[in-house]
Design a protein around this ligand. Structure first.
Ligand SMILES: *Cc1c(COP(=O)(O)O)cnc(C)c1O
Length: 390
């Protein structure tokens, strides 16, 4: 039974539909991690005794699991504290190492703040950054991309799938353009890895960022893929010290976190095909209801991740809308980052929405644990809220 407008069930948690912000840890992932806290707590850098060997073996397995899900080799994986660090390492690392070749970077207006903000910092250090616009569907114009490449361009930075709309970029085409022009291609694939097939060779990706907590792993751990062949990419570190991760990222490895990331990747790889189907059915069911309530769907509905729908509600009080959802549905308007700054979503405004429309937009994103019952309840809750506010 849903009980809208009453505070008697305040201890009951809202239905979780905010999977682009983070996902719960899968029980299988937690189970894999647990021994590495109490029993096998050794430092993965030393193999002199059994504690170190257990940790180091676990690290190697996780490296293979992470490499496997993106079609890479384990020597090409660097573990980090998450996608934000991976993005910083990729962008700053390439900028610092390749600046003699040129100082121009091309990215897109709808990238994650971790990319956009790092690019702003690089601009202060003398780099030039082109921020390409997108269409109303959230897509890049590949001709425009080609014509913005100059002899100074060293890096293209484009995400695989957008964290607010789920729109999937034509990554293989971008990779081919980068190859042809002899420019490096960094891809923030944080939302794509584990949800749809990603392959660094087919997609022509030279560096790739991913994060455990977007794919049912723990928070605070991620990886950067750095290509070792055709071309061999070498980047300078931003964190120096004990020389772990071949000197690219110093610091004692977060073994339980890395084990969790590896296991999360493994589970996603095994379940991806089945989950893509089952999650998109539930998403479509919810989306049909939203459309019936007068919502418009933001972004290309075909080239899109299976678990998300981003909708603009018809004109009504946007503050009241978001506030009415909060006790019942854990959803977000725009990214967690833009919520903090109370700005309308930079992604939706880049797609041509007005600030007011962006504020009336809500992102609903399902996890692998979302049930048909939860979607039924969510539909009723949304219908009631929209009727009350209309
Ligand atoms: C969540 C997210 C990030 C940041 O990842 P963290 O691991 O939380 O630092 C970067 N890019 C995209 C597309 C994301 O969704």
């Amino acid at each position: 039974m849903i009980n809208i407008g009453s505070c008697t069930d305040f201890m009951k948690l809202p239905i979780y539909l905010d999977a682009m912000s983070t996902t719960p840890v899968d029980p299988g992932v937690l189970e894999a991690m647990l021994p590495y806290f109490l029993t096998h707590f050794g430092n993965a850098s030393g193999r002199f005794h059994a504690f170190g060997r257990y940790a180091s073996d676990a690290d190697e397995l996780a490296r293979e699991q992470v490499a496997h899900i993106i079609g890479a080799q384990k020597e090409e994986i660097v573990f980090t504290s998450g996608a934000t660090e991976s993005i910083n390492l990729a962008l700053r690392g390439v900028a610092n190492t390749y600046s003699k070749k040129g100082k121009h970077i091309i990215t897109c207006a709808t990238e994650h703040k971790a990319v956009l903000d790092t690019c702003r910092h690089l601009e202060q250090e003398g780099f030039t950054v082109t921020y390409l616009p997108v269409s109303t569907e959230g897509h890049l114009d590949l001709e425009e991309l080609k014509s913005s490449i100059t002899s100074e361009t060293i890096l293209l930075s484009f995400m695989y799938a957008n964290n607010e709309t789920g729109v999937i970029f034509p990554v293989a085409e971008i990779g081919a353009i980068a190859k042809e022009k002899n420019i490096l291609f960094f891809c923030d694939a944080t939302q794509a890895v584990g949800k749809i097939p990603v392959n660094v060779l087919n997609d022509g990706i030279d560096l790739l960022a991913l994060s455990a907590h977007k794919m049912y792993g723990p928070k605070g751990v991620g990886a950067l893929y750095i290509r070792r062949k055709n071309p061999r990419v070498s980047i300078k570190p931003i964190i120096t010290g004990g020389g772990q991760e071949r000197g690219i990222r110093s610091g004692t490895l977060n073994v339980p976190g890395i084990v969790g990331l590896g296991k999360a990747a493994e589970l996603c790889r095994q379940r991806m095909e089945q989950e893509r189907g089952s999650i998109s059915l539930l998403r479509n069911d919810l989306e049909n209801e939203l459309v019936q309530l007068g919502c418009t769907v933001n972004g290309d509905r075909f080239h899109r991740l299976p678990q998300i729908t981003n909708c603009t509600f018809k004109p009504l009080n946007s503050t009241a809308l978001v506030a009415s959802f909060a006790p019942h549905l854990a959803v977000s308007s725009g990214s967690a980052c833009s919520e903090e700054s109370h700005e309308p979503s930079h992604v939706l405004t880049a797609m041509g929405l007005t600030a007011n429309e962006a504020k009336r937009s809500v992102r609903f994103a399902l996890t692998r644990f979302t049930t048909p019952d939860e979607i039924e309840d969510a539909k009723q809750i949304i219908r009631k809220i929209v009727n009350d506010l209309s």
